[in-house]
Design a protein around this ligand. Structure first.
Ligand code: 5GP
Ligand code: MN
Length: 334
């Protein structure tokens, strides 16, 4: 990728812009938090701003200030496309390739707006005119803080912005425990807390609002957990029937994959989840230390992400997918 920075934006900020902020399909805490944090900031700077997401976010993020204003391309297709078309600037947050927006990809690329990428995933595609990209950043929310700071505007960070950014940093770092958590991450979190937000309340709203059925589904995922000691690997699976049995709703399986890493000696954990609508298996990969799941997901499961957290897909059935996975493990290790 050509070396780019935020310079292409410099001439824009003197006039009011029509801005659309986008993020990836199945938006998580960092995707929604960074989008809304930037949304509040750019609005305060006098721009017309819309957040357009490919599909809906899980319920545990619905408390975020501004979340009622988000447009979803699945639900409000016409309006979403029209806002994208009218935009003078489009932000791509928390994704490294337009295909990560799924059905929004064409509307995003076939567009004359100035494109800005703010992201921390590996190997970004070259589609943006301005870039703030750092794989070392804990989260895109951390980068939004840096973006605001770049313009000398940290005084603009009110409790709305702070709550959104804090939640995204908190979720992407597993509550500040992943290796991506740096001194800088803690410094930024501290500055956000200094606005007076209740960090502990934010943690509760995100993590302590489980339904009983979700806890039962977690129980099933733990029962299904298998360990392959030779590869220090744990994997589990949830079929469509199991999701139905526990009244699955979007977001319910978020974080399940991490439990495998809590086993002594395990440094690679995987979950296979059958999609309810379409015939594919969604795979999540997590690791500790040097094992690079981004490379593994790219090589074998048409996916990607970060060194210690990545995703992918298999078009085969569950049994075949797990067989493929075991073969891939053998091959990758040799
Ligand atoms: P998750 O397992 O939570 O879906 O994703 C873990 C990380 O990998 C996230 O940062 C996500 O953006 C990224 N990711 C998930 N699925 C894919 C995929 O299919 N392709 C790419 N490039 N990244 C993915
Ligand atoms: Mn992220």
């Amino acid at each position: 990728m050509k070396k780019k920075d935020l310079k292409a934006l410099d001439s824009l900020w003197t006039a009011s812009q029509k801005i659309v902020i986008t993020s990836h399909y199945n938006p998580d805490g960092d995707a929604v938090g960074s989008s809304l944090g930037l949304f509040h900031y750019l609005k305060a700077k006098g721009h017309e701003v819309f957040v357009v997401l490919p599909n809906e976010f899980p319920d545990f993020l619905a408390w975020m200030p501004g979340s009622n204003d988000i447009l979803f391309a699945t639900r409000d297709k016409e309006t979403a496309l029209q806002k994208l078309k009218a935009a003078t600037v489009i932000f791509s947050l928390d994704y490294n390739a337009p295909s990560r927006t799924e059905h929004m990809k064409e509307a995003l690329l076939d567009n004359s707006a100035l494109k800005v990428l703010i992201d921390h995933h590996r190997e970004p595609e070259d589609f943006a005119d301005a870039i703030l990209w750092d794989v070392e950043a804990s989260s895109t929310c951390e980068l939004i803080y840096r973006f605001i700071n770049h313009y000398g505007d940290t005084d603009f960070i009110d409790q709305n912005i702070a709550a959104c950014l804090y939640a995204g940093i908190m979720t992407d770092t597993g509550s500040f425990k992943y290796a991506s958590t740096s001194p800088q991450t803690h410094k930024i979190a501290a500055r956000l807390m200094e606005t007076g937000i209740e960090a502990s309340e934010i943690h509760s709203m995100v993590f302590d609002t489980n339904s009983y059925s979700r806890m039962q589904l977690l129980g099933r995922a733990l029962e299904n957990l298998q360990v392959i000691p030779a590869f220090q690997t744990a994997y589990t699976q949830l079929t469509k029937a199991e999701l139905e049995e526990f009244n699955f709703v979007k977001g319910d399986t978020e974080g399940f994959v991490n439990y495998g890493l809590a086993l002594k000696g395990v440094h690679f954990s995987v979950i296979f989840i059958e999609n309810q609508q379409e015939p594919y298996i969604k795979i999540s990969f997590r690791s500790k230390g040097d094992f690079d799941v981004n490379t593994f997901a790219r090589k074998y499961f048409n996916g990607g992400g970060h060194q210690n957290a990545a995703g992918g897909k298999s078009m085969k059935n569950m049994t075949e997918t797990i067989e493929d996975f075991k073969k891939a493990l053998q091959e990758y290790a040799s």
